[in-house]
Ligand binder design. Structure first.
Ligand SMILES: NC(=O)c1ccc[n+]([C@@H]2O[C@H](COP(=O)([O-])OP(=O)(O)OC[C@H]3O[C@@H](n4cnc5c(N)ncnc54)[C@H](O)[C@@H]3O)[C@@H](O)[C@H]2O)c1
Length: 391
């Protein structure tokens, strides 16, 4: 079903026999070798962050520091594309560039002063070698349309975006595939149990980089890894990305359990059944999907974190406690941010319906119907009693 956008081919000399030998014999020296080759032979890399919401700003804090600390590899200034908004009559870009704080999307956290907010995505990205995509998935196509033909031909992308794209012609597509196809560049992914405000506060967590090869993943790791943000690399990139989108749907289910005032046992059952549907979905639709990937941070860890703390869980709870529409709840709870879970649930549902598979995925199906207000949330648990996992 999914086309691959992750044939990431960073043009470095990492196939060098010396480097390969070091990888087997001595990992720290391999990393040093990688620094040397990447920094010395290819010139310093310029990083651009495409997006500046809650997660975009949290990751900007990490990237701003890393490019300074690894100045042999990276240019110091990092452009950050920011969709312009007025906050108390002032442009948000101006606030970020003078006060070094995204007062709307990540208040209370200082950003390094080498992060420069730019309201024009072409201006921000035209000279970049590494493009970090971190906008809500519904804006990917319009953003890529503006960038197409105006970026470096050998740039590479890393998508931190959780969600799918869907069109009537193609059906569901991974966001990395959309980026790859629209910009004609390779695209890796980074996903994990990474609630933005906790990462911004430097609380320890893990994440997963999905790249076409381990070498490429290790290069990308240089941009992101810190002692409090530990990155592991896998080559099953499509599964990594799929986990990042689907866990938001399961999190709505966890929120519904909270809204129904049920306890931890029921929530754990919803999380487990949700995980089993994620695995079944991956095995059905992703070529080369491996079960091990679900045990990485992008899989079970992200699922558990999101089912306890994320905004989609909050939505599930609110859907039970109020009669309001999703749009009204979004406005009331998130003040400008967006719920990704209902969009993904709708995209998944239309695909499952088309393939006559809704009965195989009762949790995904029920969550979509509840979000659409076509099912009473009080019937949620009822429709899980005869889940295929129990038959
Ligand atoms: N927030 C988290 O904890 C977290 C963690 C991991 C991954 N993610 C993923 O990161 C991605 C971005 O999420 P976020 O939390 O940073 O976003 P957000 O919901 O905080 O912010 C929305 C952003 O979209 C921008 N925007 C609004 N209209 C736009 C338009 N027409 N075109 C382009 N941009 C527009 C806003 O300016 C803002 O920067 C999502 O895919 C999300 O799932 C989020």
């Amino acid at each position: 079903m999914f086309g691959s956008g992750s044939s990431c081919g960073l043009p470095v000399l990492l196939t060098d026999v010396y480097c390969k030998t070091l990888l087997v014999l001595n990992k720290p020296r391999y990393i040093a070798c990688l620094h040397y080759l990447w920094g010395k032979t290819m010139g310093k890399k310029r990083v651009c962050i495409v997006g500046s919401g809650n997660w975009g700003s949290a990751i900007a804090k990490i990237i701003g520091k890393n490019v300074r600390d690894r100045s042999e590899l990276f240019e110091e200034t990092v452009m950050m594309y920011m969709y312009e908004e007025l906050v108390n009559g002032r442009k948000l870009t101006e606030i970020v560039n003078t006060e070094h704080e995204n007062v709307k999307y990540l208040p209370g956290i200082k950003l390094p002063d080498n992060i420069v907010a730019v309201p024009d995505v072409v201006e921000a990205s035209k000279d970049a070698d590494i493009l970090i995509f971190v906008i809500p998935h519904q804006f990917v196509k319009t953003t890529c349309r503006s960038m197409a033909g105006k970026i470096k031909k050998d740039a590479v992308a890393v998508s931190l975006i959780k969600g799918f794209d869907q069109t009537p012609e193609v059906g569901i597509q991974l966001i990395s595939t959309v980026i790859h196809d629209m910009l004609n560049i390779d695209c890796a992914v980074l996903m994990g149990a990474n609630l933005a405000h906790e990462v911004a506060e430097e609380q320890f967590c893990e994440t997963t980089i999905g790249a076409a090869t381990e070498e490429e993943g290790n290069l990308i790791k240089e941009v992101f890894e810190t002692p409090y943000f530990r990155c592991s690399v896998v080559t099953d990139a499509q599964t990594v990305e799929m986990c990042g989108a689907l866990k938001n749907v399961v999190a709505i289910g966890a929120g519904i359990v909270d809204g129904l005032k049920m306890g931890d046992n029921t929530k754990a059952a919803v999380i487990r059944l949700g995980l089993m549907e994620m695995v079944a979905f991956g095995e059905m639709f992703i070529p080369g999907c491996t079960r091990e990937t679900f045990f990485e941070s992008c899989g079970v860890a992200d699922l558990v974190a999101t089912c306890h703390g994320g905004r989609n869980r909050m939505l599930g709870e609110a859907v039970v406690q109020s009669e309001k529409t999703l749009k009204e709840l979004e406005k009331e709870i998130l003040h400008g941010q967006s719920f990704q879970g209902p969009l993904v649930a709708r995209e998944i549902y239309s695909m499952l319906e088309l393939k006559n598979l809704t009965e195989r995925f009762p949790l995904f199906t029920a969550i979509h119907q509840i979000c659409k207000r076509e099912m009473d949330p009080r019937d949620f648990i009822e429709c899980l009693r005869n889940h295929p996992e129990h038959l």
